[in-house]
Design a protein around this ligand. Structure first.
Ligand code: NDP
Length: 403
């Protein structure tokens, strides 16, 4: 029986709060706060209708540490689940330290003025959380999140060592728009326009953004082009699976998406430095976000499936030589929408956020300090994925990936 405070009323926040309400044995009281209170109220209304559970709502600017600390002192939650934007990670961690509350998020901190994803800023909080006897769990979404738990499950049950790891993220959904991103457009475009980086022989190797492409036949979706890019879990995986020779992250993009993104980049609309327009400073990428469809609005029209998983090659636990395993989840956009009113990209992030929060609140995962997903027993998390809407399968592949 525990009280949780969720910060952020976007698509991911909406799914997480719906799923928490469906598990009221763990989440006995749910409070939702965000920059725009009307969005919290709309989610609370939907939760009430779907589950009968009442969600308390508040307005908060989570960039303001003092205001956030005051909210935590007033609400007195056992855990804060940060589902606002990566920019708010450090201010919310500061507020948690000030109020003595555990912390969890789904994306690592990024400064607003540089598109740079690194755990360093949050890992630097290790001593402060440890000394305060508090726990911070970082990156409990799908990727990062489930992809790391998948890798650790393979290491526990199938492979003694992981030599190569490839994370394959396919969104086979069609939203019927010429161009839209399926989660926060600003964060999404910063991610895909950054140079690609993969782990190889003890260091990160950088290549131009979208410069490496492969075709892959995804179950339940079909053949898709996928592009190698940097993704933050590569950093924690490289740290916690030190024997890995190579780790790569791939994401599928359709030709239309690439075409639009290339034009937007070429004309300067993805820039994150300020430009002066009519005497006012604007950031082109933030302006672009304002004119693109809100990801949450894509729910009713999105059809198709997501397919996200890990392919790992290494020495088998049973001593039978080198083996390759593929572990993945397939999620249907329309089913996700029917259950929580949000499409599958929000669903595949919000469900693991609820599960990560459950791990902390039930004590299945516990410790003082700052933790990544790789540091805990994957089994209870994997059990909850099966029970709460993201079932997974594992199969042995006849050979490692040919590329
Ligand atoms: P949205 O943009 O839909 O929602 C973000 C929410 O945070 C909005 O409600 C926004 O308020 C609120 N917010 C923004 N700034 C502040 C602030 N200063 N104070 C309080 N609230 C604020 O994003 P998503 O729901 O798609 O994503 C949420 C998080 O999940 C992001 O960090 C994203 O990077 C992460 N994510 C992680 C994934 C994973 O697999 N690990 C995958 C997808 C997303 P307002 O409504 O006023 O704008």
């Amino acid at each position: 029986m525990s009280k949780v405070l969720v910060i952020g009323a976007g698509g991911v926040g909406s799914v997480a709060v719906h799923k928490m309400a469906m598990n009221s044995d763990i989440f006995s009281e749910i409070v939702l706060a965000s920059r725009t209170k009307s969005k919290c109220d709309a989610i609370a209304e939907s939760v009430k209708q779907r589950t009968g559970v009442t969600v308390e709502t508040h307005q908060i600017d989570a960039d303001d540490v003092a205001a956030t600390t005051a909210l935590l002192n007033a609400v007195k939650p056992k855990l804060v689940v940060n589902l606002a934007l990566p920019y708010q990670d450090l201010s919310i961690m500061d507020a948690c330290l000030a109020a003595g509350v555990d912390y969890m998020d789904t994306a690592n901190y990024e400064p607003k003025d540089v598109a740079k994803f690194e755990y360093r800023w949050q890992w630097d909080y290790q001593e402060r959380f440890k000394e305060a006897g508090l726990m911070a769990l970082l990156g409990s979404g799908f990727d990062p999140g489930v992809t790391s738990v998948f890798a650790m499950w393979l290491k526990k049950h199938k492979l003694k060592t992981i030599r190569t790891l490839d994370i394959l993220d396919c969104n086979g959904g069609d939203h019927g728009q010429a161009f839209a991103t399926n989660f926060n457009p600003e964060i999404n475009i910063r991610e895909v326009t950054a140079p690609a980086r993969h782990w190889e022989n003890g260091e990160f190797v950088e290549t131009p953004a979208m410069g490496v492409k492969q075709s892959f036949d995804f179950e339940a979706v079909g053949p898709k082009n996928m592009y190698m890019m940097y993704h933050e879990e590569l950093e924690s995986l490289a740290r916690f699976i030190p024997e890995m020779e190579r780790a790569r992250f791939w994401m599928t993009f359709g030709d239309e998406y690439i075409k639009h993104l290339t034009v937007l980049q070429n004309v300067g609309m993805t820039r994150i430095d300020p430009v002066t327009y009519n005497g006012v400073e604007i950031i082109p990428l933030q302006f672009l976000k304002a004119v693109l469809p809100e990801p949450a609005s894509l729910g009713p029209t999105t059809k198709g499936k997501t397919n996200i998983g890990d392919i790992a090659t290494g020495e088998a636990l049973d001593g039978s030589g080198e083996k390759t395993f593929y572990i993945k989840n397939i999620c249907d956009h329309e089913d996700a929408y029917e259950e929580t009113g949000n499409q599958a990209v929000s669903y595949t992030t919000g469900v693991p956020a609820m599960i990560g929060a459950a791990m902390v609140l039930t004590g299945a995962w516990k410790g003082d300090g700052v933790f990544n997903m790789e540091q805990f027993d994957p089994d209870p998390f994997m059990d909850m994925l099966n029970k709460h809407g993201l079932p997974w399968t594992v199969e042995e592949l006849p050979a490692p990936l040919p590329f």
